[in-house]
Design a protein around this ligand. Structure first.
Ligand code: CA
Length: 637
C-alpha cells in the first residue's frame, strides 16, 4: 500500500525527496484519507468519490519535550485493522448504532524515535483522528504547547460558522458561553471576532458537498479546542484563550505519557444527510463509568417557569402551579431555575419536592457553577465548584428526591474546566442525578462517556427570545441552522416550543412577541434533540393554546431510534424525520419569506394507505390538524 513519490528538481530549487504516502479507505471505498510525510511534516487530505473535500492539511504538535511538527518521517510499522462499531445509546439520534470503520495507526519518527502516532478511524462518511504521544526515556509527561492540526478547505468553499466570544465579557463576565449568532455562506480566511470559531464548524465544498469539523472524546485529560481561521483556507486547532476562567488554569493541556489526545472529527457528504445523521461523536468514545441507576428511564418532557415568567416566578406558589401543570401534561419534571435558594428556600424546596412526588413529578434544580471565575450573582453559588460542598449538596438532593441539576455559567474550555465538568458529572452519578449544563461548551461525546449527562445549552437558546424581539424574529432562521450544526454533534438543551404568543405571565402584549406559528413550536420539539426537554409551555396554554397542539406536546417523544435528513439548506428550510417506537415523526420548518414547495418521497417512512396526522399552517400561519391517507405514489406536496 505504500508508495514512494520521487520529485525531480533543479539544483537550486529546494525539494523534498522520498515522501512516503499512506492511503486509508472507508469501508465502502468512496472516502479516502491520504497521509504523507512530505518535507518532514505530517499531513493528510481527504477525497470522496475522488473529489477533494479536505486539501493537504498539517498534523503534529509542539510540546515542552520537543517540537513534533518538522523533521518527521513516517515509520514503517503501520497497523491496519477493521472495527465493528456497535452500541446502544438511547439518548441521541439513533438508539442502536451499527457502523464499520477502517482503523489505521501511523507512527511518525523524529531523530530515530517514534514520537507520536496518528490513529485514523475511517467510516463511510466520517474521519476521526487523534495522536498517541510516547514517553521520551524517563520523561513520562508533557505539556502540549500548540497543535499544528489543521483543516484546509478546498478553493471555493464557503463557511457556516459561529464565532467564539472573547473571554470574561458579557453578562457578569461569563463568556465564552458558546452563544453567538451564525454567519452562513461566509467566505474563508476570516477569524470570527478575532477568537476563532466554536465547534462544530460547517463548510460547503462548492457544489460538491459539505464538510463538518468538530472534536469528541474530550475529558479531564485535555482541553477542549476551537477552530482558528484567518489564514486563507486553512483552519487550525486552537487552545482556549489564556484569559478564560478569569485567567485561572492553563490553556495548554498537560498529558501523561504514553497519552492520547481527543479525536478530531470530519464528516463529509455530497448532501447534508451524512452531516445531519452522523454518529461519529459517539462512535469513537466509550462510557467512562457505570451508571448508578437506569437514567434512561428518566428521560422525557418537562417544563419551567423562568422562560415565560422570569425571576419573579421563582417562588413556592408559582413552582407549585408548574408542578400541577407538569402533572396535567403527563410530563416528568419541572426545572426550578435560578434564585430558588433565596426566593423559595431550602426548607420549602423540600416541601415542594414532596408535593411534586405525590403528583408523580420530579424536580431539577439550577446551580451557578461559580467559584472564582465569574461575577454571576444568581444563587445557589459556590456549591458546584468544590468537591466537599458539592457532594454535601448532592447528598441532600438525593435525600429530597431531586432528579437532576442544571449547572450554569461554566464558560471555558481549559483542561481545568473540563475537569470541573467531569467532577460534577461523576459526583452527580453517585447521587443519582442527571446533569444539564448551561452557559457552557458543547458536549464532546459526553452522551456516551458520562451515563448521567443529559444535555448542554451551547446555543442561542430560548432565553434570548425572552430577552429580545430580534431573537424572536430570527427564531425560524436559527431553527433551520441547529439541526445541521450544533445539534448534530450533541444533545441541545434549547428549552423552547412555546405556545404563548407573548413572553410574559399574562400572555398579553408587552415584552417580546413570538412570530412563529403553533405548528412551528410542535415541529421544533422534533427538530431539536435532547433526551430531557423542558419546554417553554405555561399553565395558561391549557386554556389558550389549541387542543391539537397541546395533545401533540403531551405525547411528543424525547428519545429517538433513528434519524433521516430529507431536504433543506442551513438558514433556509429543513425537513427531517425522527423515529420513535416504530413511528416516524417528519418535521419541516421554513425560514424564508416565501412558501417552499417540495415534493417529498415518503416511501421510507409510510406504506401506501397508511393514515397519518398532518399538522400544517395555512397562508396566515394558522395551524390545524388533519388526517391524510398516504397515496400510491407515497409522496406529499
Ligand atoms: Ca444561556
Amino acid at each position: 500500500m505504500r508508495r514512494y513519490l520521487l520529485f525531480c528538481g533543479l539544483a537550486f530549487v529546494s525539494v523534498c525527496l522520498g515522501a512516503t504516502e499512506k492511503r486509508i479507505s472507508s469501508p465502502d471505498g468512496r472516502l479516502e484519507v491520504i497521509v504523507t510525510d512530505s518535507c518532514g511534516a505530517a499531513s493528510y487530505s481527504i477525497t470522496y468519490d475522488n473529489e477533494l473535500f479536505v486539501a493537504a492539511s498539517p498534523l503534529g504538535l509542539k510540546t515542552n519535550i520537543g517540537d513534533f511538527t518538522s523533521g518527521l518521517s513516517m515509520g514503517s510499522k503501520i497497523i491496519d485493522s477493521m472495527a465493528d462499531v456497535s452500541y446502544s445509546l438511547p439518548n441521541i439520534k439513533k438508539s442502536n448504532v451499527n457502523n464499520k470503520a477502517n482503523v489505521t495507526v501511523i507512527p511518525f519518527i523524529r531523530d530515530g524515535r517514534n514520537v507520536f502516532d496518528v490513529e485514523f478511524f475511517v467510516e463511510n462518511n466520517d474521519v476521526a483522528f487523534r495522536y498517541n504521544i510516547y514517553p521520551d526515556g524517563e520523561t513520562l509527561c508533557c505539556v502540549v504547547e500548540d497543535e499544528a492540526t489543521g483543516f484546509r478547505m478546498p478553493d471555493g468553499s464557503t463557511t457556516f460558522l459561529c464565532p467564539q466570544s472573547a473571554p470574561m465579557q458579557g453578562f457578569a463576565r461569563t463568556s465564552p458561553s458558546y452563544e453567538t449568532p451564525y454567519t452562513l455562506d461566509g467566505k474563508t480566511g476570516e477569524n470570527g471576532w478575532g477568537e476563532g470559531y466554536t465547534f462544530p464548524c460547517l463548510f460547503r465544498n462548492s457544489d460538491k458537498g459539505w464538510v463538518l469539523i468538530s472534536e469528541t472524546g474530550v475529558d479531564s485529560y485535555y482541553c477542549a479546542s476551537r477552530l482558528m481561521g484567518g489564514n486563507g483556507n486553512l483552519y487550525k486547532i486552537g487552545f482556549p484563550n489564556p484569559d478564560e476562567f478569569n485567567g485561572n488554569g492553563t490553556s495548554q493541556p498537560g498529558i501523561a505519557l504514553p497519552g492520547k489526545t481527543p479525536w478530531r472529527t470530519i464528516t463529509v457528504g455530497q448532501t447534508l444527510a451524512p452531516i445531519v445523521e452522523t454518529t461519529i461523536p459517539f462512535d469513537v468514545v466509550k462510557p467512562l463509568y457505570e451508571p448508578s441507576k437506569d437514567y434512561t428511564k428518566e428521560y422525557g418532557c418537562g417544563t419551567w417557569s423562568w422562560i415565560i415568567k422570569g425571576d419573579a416566578s421563582m417562588n413556592y406558589d408559582e413552582q407549585k402551579r408548574y408542578i400541577d401543570f407538569c402533572a396535567d401534561m403527563g410530563y416528568r419534571t419541572v426545572l426550578v431555575d435560578a434564585l430558588w435558594d433565596t426566593q423559595v428556600g431550602y426548607e420549602r424546596l423540600e416541601e415542594l419536592a414532596r408535593y411534586a412526588k405525590n403528583r408523580n413529578v420530579g424536580l431539577y434544580l439550577w446551580y451557578n457553577s461559580n467559584g472564582y471565575w465569574n461575577d454571576a450573582p444568581q444563587g445557589p453559588r459556590g456549591k458546584m465548584d468544590n468537591i466537599i460542598k458539592r457532594r454535601k449538596e448532592m447528598k441532600w438532593m438525593q435525600k429530597v428526591g431531586i432528579k437532576g441539576i442544571k449547572v450554569d455559567f461554566v464558560g471555558s474550555d481549559k483542561q481545568l474546566t473540563m475537569k470541573l465538568y467531569e467532577d460534577i458529572l461523576v459526583d452527580a452519578n453517585e447521587y443519582g442525578l442527571l446533569v444539564i449544563f448551561h452557559g457552557c461548551t458543547i458536549p464532546r461525546g459526553w452522551e456516551r462517556m458520562y451515563p448521567n449527562y443529559a444535555a448542554s445549552e451551547a446555543v442561542l437558546a430560548s432565553e434570548n427570545m425572552n430577552f429580545s424581539q430580534g431573537s424572536c424574529d430570527a427564531e425560524a432562521f436559527n431553527a433551520c441552522i441547529h439541526p445541521f450544526i450544533r445539534n448534530t454533534v450533541g444533545s441541545m438543551d434549547f428549552g423552547g416550543s412555546t405556545l404563548n404568543r407573548y413572553y410574559n405571565a399574562a400572555n398579553e402584549p408587552g415584552g417580546s412577541r413570538r412570530v412563529t406559528s403553533d405548528v412551528f413550536a410542535l415541529a421544533s420539539a422534533v427538530l431539536f434533540q435532547s433526551p430531557v426537554q423542558h419546554f417553554a409551555l405555561a399553565p395558561n396554554n391549557l386554556q389558550d393554546a389549541p387542543d391539537w397542539a397541546m395533545d401533540f406536546m403531551k405525547n411528543v417523544p424525547t428519545t429517538w431510534d433513528d434519524i433521516k435528513f430529507i431536504d433543506g439548506y442551513p438558514g433556509k428550510y429543513i425537513v427531517m424525520a425522527r423515529k420513535h417506537n416504530g413511528k416516524w415523526f417528519i418535521s419541516g420548518v421554513n425560514a424564508q419569506d416565501k412558501t417552499v414547495k417540495l415534493k417529498l418521497d415518503l416511501s421510507t417512512f409510510f406504506n401506501k394507505g397508511d393514515m397519518v396526522r398532518l399538522y400544517s399552517d395555512d397562508a396566515e400561519l394558522k395551524g390545524s390538524l388533519s388526517e391524510i391517507k398516504i397515496s400510491k405514489k407515497q409522496t406529499l406536496m
